[in-house]
Design a protein around this ligand. Structure first.
Ligand code: FES
Length: 129
């Protein structure tokens, strides 16, 4: 069996939602100290919906594929749903990642949570109880 699924390869070669949102409502930057990979997520939120999401990932192919898939999974969804996104869901949507690459999907989960934290910091009235 190939090491990476065709879905991983597709999102690595043609990542969705790459870039920056200049007037983002929330920005989250996370990194993994071991591998040195860095991921930044930008969220545009309107009426509690993730209207737009973009990412920049300086990292491995699995991190790029994970960020791409994570953006696809939360785009257009309510913020409450985006908050529930787990790295497991990202990896499953990618049709699996090798065990030693699971931390790459963790980075995507953490980046989205960090961007949402930033959004709540700027809009405390929206923060969950
Ligand atoms: Fe660290 Fe992929 S090797 S994020």
């Amino acid at each position: 069996m190939a090491l990476y699924s065709s879905t991983v390869m597709d999102h690595f070669r043609n990542p969705r939602n790459v870039g920056v949102i200049e007037d983002a409502d929330g920005i989250g930057e996370v990194g993994n100290a071991r591998c040195g990979d860095i991921m930044t997520m930008y969220l545009k939120i309107e009426d509690d919906i993730v209207k737009d999401v973009k990412f920049e990932t300086f990292g491995c192919g699995s991190a790029i594929a994970s960020s791409s898939m994570a953006t696809e999974l939360i785009k257009g969804k309510p913020v409450s749903e985006a908050r529930q996104l787990t790295n497991k869901a990202v990896a499953e949507a990618l049709d699996g990642l090798p065990d030693y690459k699971m931390h790459c999907s963790v980075l995507a989960e953490e980046a989205i949570l960090a961007a949402l934290d930033d959004y709540y910091k700027k809009h405390p009235e929206k923060a969950p109880e």
